[in-house]
Structure formats: C-alpha cells, structure tokens
Design a protein around this ligand. Structure first.
Ligand code: UDP
Ligand code: MN
Length: 252
C-alpha cells in the first residue's frame, strides 16, 4: 500500500488553538494513510484537544509534555527569543521510534507540521516516497516571499535564504520530511533547546547523518510552493471586560 505519513505537531493552549487545529484537520482529512502525532505543551491532555481529536475523524496519537519555564516563551517575549515545540517534537520522535520497533511501520515518512501553517494536499504526496530526506520551498518565511533549497541539475547545492545561509540545513521545519528508517538507524538524533536560533533543523538532520547530496528536491525541482509559514494573528480581547461590566449593570 501507500507509505504512511507520520505528522508530528506540537500544540499549545491559546485563544486561536482550536481554530488552527480545526483548519489543519480539514486539510489532513483529504490525505490517505496519515497518522497525526499531536503533542500538547502542557502538564495534562486538555479537554479542548482531547475532545477535538475524538471527533476529528483522523488517526492520531495524543501525548503531552510541558516546556519548562526556563525555556518557555512568555506573552511579552518576541516569538523568536526561545525555541518552540522542541520537547514536544522529541516526544513525537520517541513515540514513533518505539512504535516503529514494536510494529512494522515501514515504509513510512515523518514530517514536522506546526499547527498554524498552511499545507497543500499535494505536499503530502510529494513527501510520501522519500528515500532519505525530501526538501521543498516554504512560502512566507524568513522575511522573504519564500525560502528554498537551491537545486542545480537535480541536486541541492545550497540555500536561497537571507538569514544565516551558512547553516548546514538553512531551511524551516516545514521544508523537509524524513524516512522513518533513518530515525531507527540514528536512535539518538533529536532536537535540543541548547542550540543557537535557527539551528533546530540542522541539529536533527546532522544527527541523522544527512549530507547535502542525500537531499531529494520535490515540488517540481523546488519550483512550487506547497506549504506556507502562515501565522495566526493574536486576538485582542479589548471589549471582554467592558462587556462584563455592561452585562453586570443590566441591559440599557
Ligand atoms: N508551540 C508550543 N509551545 C509554545 C509555543 C509554540 O508547543 O510555547 C508550538 C506551536 O503550537 C506550533 C509550533 O510550536 O505548532 C511552532 O510555534 P509557532 O507557530 O508559534 O512558531 P512560529 O510560527 O513563530 O515559527
Ligand atoms: Mn507558526
């Protein structure tokens, strides 16, 4: 049959969480042979996410692990200050490795899908047959219209990236997928909070023993954008308190 796609999604509680998750789930419902590993940044599995998943119609695994306060973003921190979703993605990798060893999951591919990005259905078919690591452009990221691997005669030679292009793998988390076999061959490869900004992707791929020449350009030689690093606007609740006062006074 079709190789399975394992999607690892860190998610955290916020006003827009359910809306983002609903939108993503409706994309995933269009994709065959997909298993959603969703890891909450939380001490508990929240009712919001638990109930949402139960009725989602998707195959999923639900886990939770809380980011410790020392590395957690606060409401007023700029979003780039600290890494996001690191422990959650690692928990997803751990579940996948354990499950892959117990059951025969292969052939299978893993993709790290943040909960607020926009994914074309076609992206999943591009990544499904990944020998080692597939790569493609990501739209609306890095202060550019898009970032992309640079492809010369079918081979990745570098990175069309303004920010830190000297990184070994100068691409966003949304820009690559990995064959699950590689995870088993390199059981210790994972993400870490202990690297400089922008080095999460490089840390994992270097840990997996990946070289530039291993990368498989997809999306028509990296000429098509099939995923966008969209970000949901933070909702302002400027009228919530005023509304309560108004209701408390009685209607007028
Ligand atoms: N995330 C998380 N804990 C946090 C902040 C973010 O688990 O404290 C998740 C978030 O839900 C998303 C991923 O990590 O799936 C990346 O976060 P975000 O989309 O905020 O990052 P950005 O869009 O700025 O890259
Ligand atoms: Mn995001």
């Amino acid at each position: 049959g079709l190789p399975m796609i394992y999607l690892i999604t860190p998610t955290h509680s916020r006003l827009e969480q359910k809306a983002d998750l609903v939108r993503l789930s409706y994309t995933l419902l269009h994709v065959y042979n997909i298993h959603w590993i969703i890891i909450e940044d939380s001490d508990i599995k929240t009712p919001v996410v638990s109930n949402f998943l139960k009725t989602s119609g998707l195959n999923y695994t639900h886990r939770n692990v809380k980011t410790p306060p020392e590395v957690k973003l606060t409401d007023t921190d700029p979003n780039w200050l600290k890494p996001r979703g690191v422990l959650q993605r690692n928990a997803g990798l751990q579940w996948l490795r354990e499950t892959a060893l117990k059951k025969k999951l292969e052939p299978a591919v893993v993709y790290f899908a943040d909960d607020d990005n926009t994914y074309s259905m076609q992206l999943f078919e591009e990544m499904r047959y990944t020998r080692k690591v597939s790569v493609w452009p990501v739209g609306l990221v890095g202060g550019l219209r898009y970032e992309s691997p640079i492809v010369v005669r079918g081979t990745v030679t570098g990175w069309f990236t303004y920010w830190k292009p000297q990184r070994p793998f100068a691409m966003d988390m949304a820009g690559f997928a990995v064959n699950v076999r590689l995870l088993l061959q390199h059981p210790n490869a994972q993400f870490t909070n202990a690297v400089q900004r922008g080095y999460q992707e490089s840390t994992l791929l270097s840990g997996l023993g990946v070289m530039l020449s291993d990368l498989e350009p997809k999306a028509n030689g990296c000429s098509k954008i099939l995923v966008w690093h969209t970000r949901t606007e933070k909702t302002k609740l400027k009228n919530e308190d005023k509304m309560k006062q108004k209701l408390g006074r009685g209607s007028d």
